[in-house]
Design a protein around this ligand. Structure first.
Ligand code: FAD
Length: 414
């Protein structure tokens, strides 16, 4: 399912974001991720208004960071990828990656709203002119939240062609029945991109045919055929399960052609994986920054623990791994922006970055000793948060399988 989907990059219009001058990527810079310095600085300033105690309080209650998301929306950071003609900044994917990396480096978490940045891509690339005009300007302004993405189902798991949520056509309406699992931000979204079957798998010409994408208006759907049930998880992620019982969706909300939805969804996954990889780079930098500071400060046996190579080397190794992964993220984003196939690179970047952030997380706990487990240091919270990215949005094994069979031509196992 991890095809080398060819995706159209977002518009290459003149960079613009809240009046700032944007400096382009400079991949050979020794500090590889210091691209878009003005955007990064502005994101850092915004995140400084939402320090550790803000996130800790939300984490305890598993509450949604409404104020943080509103501030990002107002500053225009969530609409950087929307072309200027629809009210966005018209920047490329690397700019979006810089925003999300800085959010995570600051100790904040973009998981509450990152999908507002890229889920609109399915409308932008495959929607009709009328749909683009109706939705994109309102998504750009934040008037409409499109940040729910309904693909995963309990009985299909990673094998998306096995989904069974079905949309039956009745005149100018689709009637949807079925269930979805792990659909994040559904309670905080006005619209949802929903992948469902319009032809059953056994009736379709091939397993990936017969799936369609519907844009569901959550404001009308909840209580009229859609039930949302929150799932409490090890991190604060506002994820849910969804139950559809004869939910009626106007046929005008079909995106693109009926039966071609799987391809549209794959298109968007490259952007998602690159942006989430950037979040992992931000997490790794957070852990490295915190561990370095603590190792210089904490005195044991009459000297800073950071004087011991047993403490230094894991921090240095985390930095090397983060830097290598960051270069992969930059390379994947550059391919995406050039409109080149980048499925393999997007997946490899996500794998490398999620492993770099997890190594850095473990290192930071070890460096902090007992304080690595104390809520007030934020290490344990970020440790739980960054673990997600080896499972979602795609698990490590599935990426390895793609590389093994598509790149190295090893025999397929499924
Ligand atoms: C917090 C959270 C938020 C999420 N948000 C969303 C969302 O907004 N929208 C959405 O659609 N989905 C979402 N997901 C779902 C996520 O994309 C899936 O959990 C992920 O893709 C893994 O699928 P699964 O859980 O069904 O695992 P399974 O497919 O059941 O796999 C379980 C394990 O087995 C391994 N495995 C399976 N088959 C093979 C194989 N052939 N070879 C080797 N290993 C294999 C997998 O790698 C995995 O480690 C979210 C998940 C979580 C936990």
């Amino acid at each position: 399912m991890l095809g080398n989907a060819v995706i159209m990059g977002p518009g290459q219009a003149t960079p613009r974001l809240s009046g700032m001058t944007v400096v382009g990527p400079c991949a050979t810079d020794a500090r590889v991720s210091e691209t878009f310095p003005e955007i990064r600085e502005a994101v850092r300033r915004l995140c400084a208004r939402f320090p550790g105690p803000y996130w800790r309080a939300l984490d305890r209650e598993r509450a949604y960071p409404t104020e943080f998301v509103a501030a990002l929306t107002e500053a225009g950071f969530l609409s950087v990828l929307i072309p200027e003609e629809y009210g966005g900044s018209g920047l490329g994917l690397a700019a979006g990656a810089a925003v999300l990396e800085e959010i995570h480096r600051s100790g904040s978490n973009g998981g509450a709203c990152h999908a507002q940045m890229y889920t609109m891509g399915v409308v932008l690339r495959h929607g009709s002119a009328a749909q683009k005009q109706a939705y994109l300007p309102k998504i750009a302004s934040g008037e409409l939240r499109l940040q729910a993405f309904g693909v995963t189902e309990p009985d299909a798991g990673t094998d998306t062609t096995r989904i069974t949520t079905f949309a039956r056509r009745e005149g100018d309406t689709y009637v949807v029945s079925g269930k979805k699992l792990w659909i994040s931000r559904a309670e905080h979204s006005d619209l949802m991109v929903l992948l469902c079957r319009t032809t059953s798998r056994d009736q379709a010409a091939k397993p990936s045919d017969g799936m369609s994408v519907l844009l569901v208006d959550m404001r009308e759907a909840v209580g009229a055929g859609l039930t949302i049930r929150p799932i409490r998880t090890m991190l604060n992620h506002a994820t849910t399960e969804l139950f559809f019982e004869d939910l009626r969706v106007p046929a005008a909300n079909l995106i693109g052609e009926e039966g071609k939805g799987f391809r549209y969804i794959l298109d968007g996954m490259n952007a998602e994986r690159i942006l989430i990889a950037a979040e992992c780079i931000g997490d790794a930098r957070f852990f490295i920054d915190r561990a370095s500071a603590y190792a210089k400060d904490r005195q044991v046996f009459g000297r800073p623990i950071g004087e011991n190579q047993g403490v230094q080397f894991p921090i240095a190794r985390a930095y090397v791994q983060m830097t290598a992964a960051s270069l992969m993220v930059d390379a994947a984003a550059a391919l995406f922006e050039a409109g080149e196939p980048c499925g393999t690179e997007a997946n490899m970047a996500k794998l490398a970055a999620s492993e770099a952030s997890w190594y850095a997380a473990d290192m930071a706990v070890q460096t902090h000793g007992g304080f690595g487990f104390a809520e007030e240091y934020d290490i344990e919270r970020k440790f739980r948060e960054t673990r997600l990215y080896q499972v979602a949005p795609i698990s490590t094994n599935l990426i390895l399988s793609h590389v093994a069979t598509h790149v190295l031509d090893l025999p397929k196992s499924f």
